[in-house]
Design a protein around this ligand. Structure first.
Ligand code: NAD
Length: 355
């Protein structure tokens, strides 16, 4: 098959981790005779430096034309002054809105070979296989913002259709898994959450009679994610709660550097990125774990291009490399020297060639 893949490396460790994911996609293309065309675009701080905009017109066009987009990360201290006229993260929000990708899929799966990298006890990690679905284009991140010398306001708004479409996607995906959805809100305090809860109750009863549905307040969910993570199947929640809960959940897998994500709308096109940020503390040092980005490339093949076997080949290769002892510093086994970003990519590539 032929596909145009937009590559937005971004800032900090973004270029380092996307370079490894592109090498993996090239290897898959060669092995399975697919014609992947990679076209690069600017996003975030790199785009601000070059054009003054965090999401320039050329990148907008690339995102419209591509079958799928793979992103590294944006942001960094250089662009983080409170008075900065434009911030790198605004580029991400604009891109998600332009691509109408309203649901962010974040799988959280634990592996025994990484238990030692997690701060949690192994018995809390066994059998964890969660798909968190975070609403991505609504809520407080997109609401009206105001700032005076003495006060600041961020407005949180959700409409019924915005809630319905993401709950529906969660329901559909749960029916292909263990048929359980946990809807997370703060319905005891927030009006948007009360609407979210009532829509969830109605929609799941009406459209998914075979689905087991649980409602949790976000504070309780934060606790249950650490105490009974293996009970969860699909978790669906609004934008900010999902952002925070998935960073917390990343600790189950051992490192923020391991987790991939897919942002999807109604069509096949999608935006794929690791859940971590630009990690300025380790940027340019060859220390970044590329697995989250490489696993995002696997999700790209699965969800946008329909290449399930190729996606699984990447996932198997990543796991085999880790089990074989190839570990970047964030997941290194005590007493063993960590490998570089490039060496981690090499270890995965060699398993793709032979697997
Ligand atoms: P971060 O995710 O960049 O880093 C948090 C910690 O995790 C750091 O210690 C970092 O070294 C480590 N880490 C992250 N990714 C790693 C990887 N692949 N391998 C090894 N270690 C890794 O979060 P932060 O420090 O809070 O934010 C840094 C910048 O990134 C900020 O400007 C923030 O706005 C931005 N950010 C961007 C995105 C995105 O592009 N989607 C997401 C979150 C944060």
């Amino acid at each position: 098959m032929a596909a145009l893949i937009g590559i937005l490396a971004g800032d900090g460790i973004g270029p380092e981790v996307t370079a490894e994911a592109v090498r993996v996609l090239q290897a898959i293309g060669t092995r399975h005779s697919h014609k992947f065309e990679f076209r690069e675009g600017l996003i975030g701080g790199a785009a601000i430096d070059a054009t003054g905009s965090a999401f320039p017109a050329d990148t907008r066009q690339l995102c419209a034309a591509a079958d799928a987009v793979l992103l590294g990360a944006v942001g960094g201290p250089k662009w983080s002054s409170p008075d900065a006229p434009v911030r790198p993260e605004q580029g991400l929000l604009d891109m998600r809105a332009a691509m109408a990708v309203y649901a962010n899929l974040r799988p959280v799966v634990t592996h025994p070979s990484l238990y030692a990298s997690s701060p949690l006890k192994p018995e809390r990690l066994a059998g964890v296989d969660i798909l968190v679905i975070r609403e991505l284009t609504g809520g407080i991140y997109f609401g009206r913002k105001e700032r005076t010398d003495t006060s600041a306001t961020d407005v949180c708004t959700y409409s019924r259709p915005e809630i319905e479409r993401v709950l529906r996607m969660a329901g559909r995906l749960a029916m292909q898994r263990r048929r359980k959805v946990t809807s997370v809100d703060k319905a005891n305090v927030l009006e948007t959450s009360r609407l979210w809860r009532s829509v969830a109750v109605e929609l799941y009863a009406r459209e998914f009679p075979g689905l087991q549905v649980e409602h949790l307040l976000v504070d309780a969910a934060a606790m249950h994610l650490l105490s009974r993570a293996s009970d969860f199947d699909v978790i669906v929640t609004e934008n900010m709660f999902g952002d925070i809960l998935t960073d917390e959940a990343s600790m189950l897998t051992g490192s923020l550097g391991m987790l991939p994500s897919a942002a999807l709308g109604d069509g096949k096109q999608g935006l794929y990125e690791p859940i971590h940020g630009s990690a300025p503390d380790i940027a340019g040092q060859g220390k970044a774990n590329p697995c989250g980005t490489i696993l995002s490339a696997a999700m790209l093949l699965r969800h946008s291009l329909g290449l399930e076997a190729e996606a699984q080949r990447i996932e198997t290769a990543v796991l085999a490399a880790i089990e074989g002892g190839q570990r970047t510093a964030d997941i290194a086994v005590p007493g063993h020297a960590p490998v570089s970003t490039r060496a981690m990519g090499d270890a995965i590539l060699s398993r793709i060639a032979t697997g």
